[in-house]
Design a protein around this ligand. Structure first.
Ligand code: ZN
Length: 297
């Protein structure tokens, strides 16, 4: 069984996407050595990015979520491709805060709510990236995503995201869902959905009790006869490579590369998303620059 499920109500008016992001968030925690609260913050953002990425038109398009809320975690970034494959990073992975009174991790405390959620969609078919921004509501992330859809895209959306962390900081489970209402929903349908939502347990409670994204869909869309549209396997995977890193270095141009070479010919570039380090001899990079560019400068 795959870890992301998308579904549609029988009448086509309600769409659902749900994901069991446990493995994805585990990988992120292991790579970035995040604190419990930071695992929850980055994990929620990655989960949302994966679902929103799956809605992109082309599989090579990218969706980036960036949160700058002024909290101790700093900036959080999650990037997804059109198949829900994600990577992410956070400025201060060790940022932490005492749990809330109800025992929940206080994500809003380390993310902050004085800033913006930025959503960037980019793809080959576009001349320039499409950028949307909304002020943060709470820094709890799910509410901020809901607010983004309501204000920036005028789509009534329910978003739930959850990450449960074990006492030893490993990720116990993680996941989420997005539910969107297409135009034309009746009052009776909205009332039914509100009822379904009011009795929905938390995402982590459901996952921890063995429920699947498809189970979540049936609970959330009770009375709507939902059908599974498609299923996918999503995960955390960085797409960096020596070739790509080289291309980025080359884009600095001859002048800047010469300046860096004169400082130190050995250049190390670390990927923020997977911590892989690439080492180059800048003399080699300079020698590989296109001939015309060398002549032009
Ligand atoms: Zn990487």
């Amino acid at each position: 069984m795959k870890n992301m499920v998308r579904g549609l109500s029988e009448n086509g008016g309600v769409i659902f996407c749900g994901v069991d992001a446990t493995e994805m968030v585990r990988t992120a925690q292991e790579l970035h050595k995040t604190s419990a609260t930071c695992s929850a913050a980055l994990g929620r953002l990655l989960t949302a990015a994966s679902m929103m990425g799956m809605m992109l038109k082309e599989k090579d398009d990218t969706l980036t979520l960036r949160i700058e809320g002024g909290g101790s975690a700093g900036t959080l970034i999650a990037v997804s491709d059109g198949m829900g494959i994600v990577k992410g990073c956070v400025t201060n992975p060790l940022a932490d805060a005492p749990a809330k009174e109800n025992g929940h991790l206080d994500v809003g405390a380390i993310v902050g709510n004085d800033g913006l959620l930025t959503v960037i969609r980019d793809g080959k078919a576009q001349k320039a990236p499409a950028i949307g921004q909304v002020p943060l509501v709470s820094g709890e992330i799910a509410e901020d995503i809901t607010s983004y859809y309501a204000t920036s895209e005028q789509i009534p959306t329910v978003c739930a995201l959850g990450v449960l962390v074990n006492p030893d900081l490993t990720v116990r489970c993680a996941g989420g869902y997005l539910l969107q209402l297409l135009p034309g929903a009746t009052d009776a349908e909205i009332t039914q959905l509100e009822h379904n939502l009011s009795v929905m347990p938390s995402v982590t409670h459901m996952l921890d009790n063995g429920k699947t994204p498809e189970d979540m869909m049936h609970m959330l869309m009770e009375g709507f006869n939902p059908n599974v549209l498609d299923e996918h396997n999503v995960s955390y995977r960085c797409d960096c490579s020596e070739e790509r890193t080289k291309t980025i270095l080359k884009s600095l141009g001859k002048q800047e590369l010469t300046r860096l070479r004169d400082e130190d010919p050995v250049c190390q570039v670390e990927c923020h998303f997977c911590n892989k380090t690439y080492t180059f001899d800048l003399n080699d990079i300079l020698a590989e620059l296109p001939k015309e560019e060398v002549d032009a400068e």
